[in-house]
Design a protein. Structure first.
Length: 269
């Protein structure tokens, strides 16, 4: 019985290792992707830090903007679920069959790509962020509470972004262009997850949408936690909303996978 419990775990780690080795063969391509994801936040870092100058905007100084955007770049790289873009293709072209035939849950395949990809990206991103921090001199008043709260906020942000994108990708069981919804999600993350501007600086209607909808909690919320932009009640409320959306995303993923797989089996025989 014990052997049966641990076999999927060992298989999962073996899959992560093999996927990582495969990714490393094309690391220059993925480094270019990672650099491309860094460009928009870097642009807005320069915009807002220049606008702040020697003063401040809504209480944020130039150094605070630098700290915010450098951390946001790191969080965005960690939480971005690049594997969700491949799920629709696997379904449309029938390549998901080979995933279904493996002796471990199909979700392991996506998770293996996720973890392997994060290692490849961070090998490139972290040194660049260290250099930028040395040059731009961010200001971060870090407290123990914020540092500790950042860890679960980051984990939940990744889980929310991964499962939210995954259930959208599973719509490929019914629609041929489900990936258009992933593109829409990326646009909403860009607008409402603190990349164009910190959430506190958004105009009224956009700020309200950002607080209610799940996209803020995929990127901006962990950044706000560690940079001390939230009071303790605001932090607790944010965690409640983040976890609520994450649970909803997992439920949607489970339902769509279950009924989508039935439909796929019926159509494909």
């Amino acid at each position: 019985m014990t052997r049966g419990i641990f076999t999927p775990s060992r298989g999962g780690w073996a899959l992560i290792r093999s996927t990582w080795l495969s990714w490393m063969q094309y690391r220059s391509f993925f480094f270019i992707l990672a650099f491309g994801w860094m460009i928009p936040p870097l642009i807005y870092l320069l915009v807002w830090s220049t606008a702040a100058g020697e003063g401040s905007i809504s209480g944020m100084t130039r150094g605070a903007f630098v700290a915010y955007y450098l951390i946001l770049i790191l969080v965005n790289q960690i939480t971005y679920a690049q594997t969700n873009w491949t799920v629709g293709d696997l379904i449309r072209y029938g390549q998901i069959n080979k995933v279904l035939l493996r002796p471990i849950p199909p979700l392991y395949d996506a998770l293996a790509s996720e973890f392997a990809g994060k290692v490849v990206y961070l090998v490139f991103v972290v040194p660049i962020l260290v250099i930028l921090a040395f040059v731009l001199k961010p200001e971060l008043d870090l407290t123990l509470l914020n540092a500790l709260a950042f860890i679960p906020a980051l984990i939940f942000a990744w889980a929310l972004r991964f499962f939210w994108g995954y259930w959208l990708a599973l719509l490929a069981f019914w629609a041929t262009r489900a990936d258009a919804l992933l593109a829409l999600q990326d646009s909403l993350v860009f607008l409402l997850a603190g990349q164009v501007a910190p959430i506190a600086l958004l105009p009224g209607a956009l700020k309200t949408l950002a607080v209610i909808l799940p996209f803020r909690y995929m990127v901006a919320f962990p950044v706000e936690v560690i940079t001390g932009q939230l009071t303790r009640p605001e932090m607790l409320t944010g965690f409640a909303i983040q976890v609520g959306w994450m649970v909803a995303a997992v439920i949607l993923y489970a339902l769509l996978w279950r009924y989508g797989l039935k439909r796929y089996s019926a159509v494909g025989g």
